[in-house]
Design a protein around this ligand. Structure first.
Ligand code: DGY
Length: 320
């Protein structure tokens, strides 16, 4: 099939800033087109949109509704990252455009990040470090006692590959794992809860590992946050959209939630000023998969998907 109508470099579009290694390969090897910034975008798409057959994007800046509409002959979307909620999946599916992501290779690093946030948030390690740097310890004060992290009841919201890897790690800390997913898992022994609220009410720490997108938007609402409670914590390594962020901020300010560890936010890279002011939260710049090794593996999967599609119109790790 590829021989009949081969895809050329100028028919490949890089959407937004992607990982530098991916960008370099797209540029040096394929001489792929680059989607211009907002000011020049519409005019560029008017002229070149109909020629684009493959889009390569990041999980943060996907191929959204408007862009998809301007790419009438798009044949595939290759997404760098496991999450693809920035892409209009419904439209892509409807038009029969396959989409790939980079599963598995980042599971360990994202789960490690969740554990780091879990330990940091409960034991208040970053706050304690600020205390040392500010000279408060040297001035004779003691840092306030924190919350024990080992042996807690932890609820995993979304027991996919990453959720399970987080659970595996927490078992090593003697934690009792509970979960909620769309459906109970056949081969899992942890107690299942029928809703996010039930899960939050039954556990002490809620770890959000559910995929982003329209189905999970606002899943952790004010009710769920209330069920986590004033002694409880929320950790989020999934997507900011899964949590009602204003409700989370209110609960933290009012002390109806003890603390939160967040790698993701509703409007990244903006972090609400209210969160920046709170000492009970640990805030990370969406670095879940951010290690040299994992980003290299994600690059290999992304470029592997692109090469495969150019060769025989198949993706190595399609979503559907
Ligand atoms: C992804 O790949 O979607 C994750 O957000 C990595 O941090």
């Amino acid at each position: 099939m590829s021989n009949e109508n081969p895809i050329t470099g100028d028919q490949i579009l890089r959407v937004g800033p992607v990982n530098p290694a991916v960008a370099a390969i797209l540029n040096d090897e394929f001489q792929a087109a680059v989607l211009p910034g907002a000011d020049d975008r519409d005019a560029w798409l008017e002229e070149h949109g109909a020629g684009i057959r493959v889009a390569v994007c990041s999980g943060k800046i996907g191929v959204d509704t408007k862009l998809l509409e301007k790419l009438p002959y798009l044949e595939a979307i290759v997404n760098f990252g496991v999450g693809y909620d920035a892409t209009d999946v419904a439209q892509a599916k409807e038009r029969g455009i396959p989409l790939s992501n980079t599963p598995d290779v980042l599971t360990d690093c994202v789960a490690d990040t969740a554990l780091g946030l879990y330990l940091d948030t409960l034991r208040r390690l970053s706050a304690a470090e600020r205390f040392v740097r500010a000279g408060t310890w040297a001035s004779g004060q003691n840092f306030p006692l924190a919350t024990k992290a080992s042996g807690r009841k932890v609820g995993i919201l979304g027991l996919g590959r990453i959720g399970q890897a987080i659970a595996d790690r927490l078992e090593g800390f003697g934690c009792e794992i509970h979960y909620h997913s769309r459906n109970p898992k056949q081969d899992v022994q942890y107690p299942y809860h029928a809703s996010a609220r039930d899960l939050a009410a039954a556990t002490e720490v809620l770890i959000v590992a559910a995929a982003g997108g329209p189905d999970s938007a606002g899943l952790v609402n004010a009710d769920v946050i209330e069920a986590v409670g004033p002694e409880g914590f929320i950790i989020n390594i999934a997507r900011g959209s899964v949590i009602d962020e204003p409700a989370l901020i209110r609960a933290l300010q009012e002390g109806t939630l003890a603390g939160a560890g967040l790698d993701v936010f509703a409007n990244e890279p903006e972090v609400p000023a209210e969160l920046l002011e709170l000492d009970s939260v640990v805030l990370l710049p969406h670095l879940g998969s951010g290690t040299v090794e994992t980003r290299a593996d994600m690059t290999a999967v992304t470029i592997g998907n692109l090469r495969s599609f150019l060769k025989d119109r198949t993706l190595l790790t399609p979503i559907y």
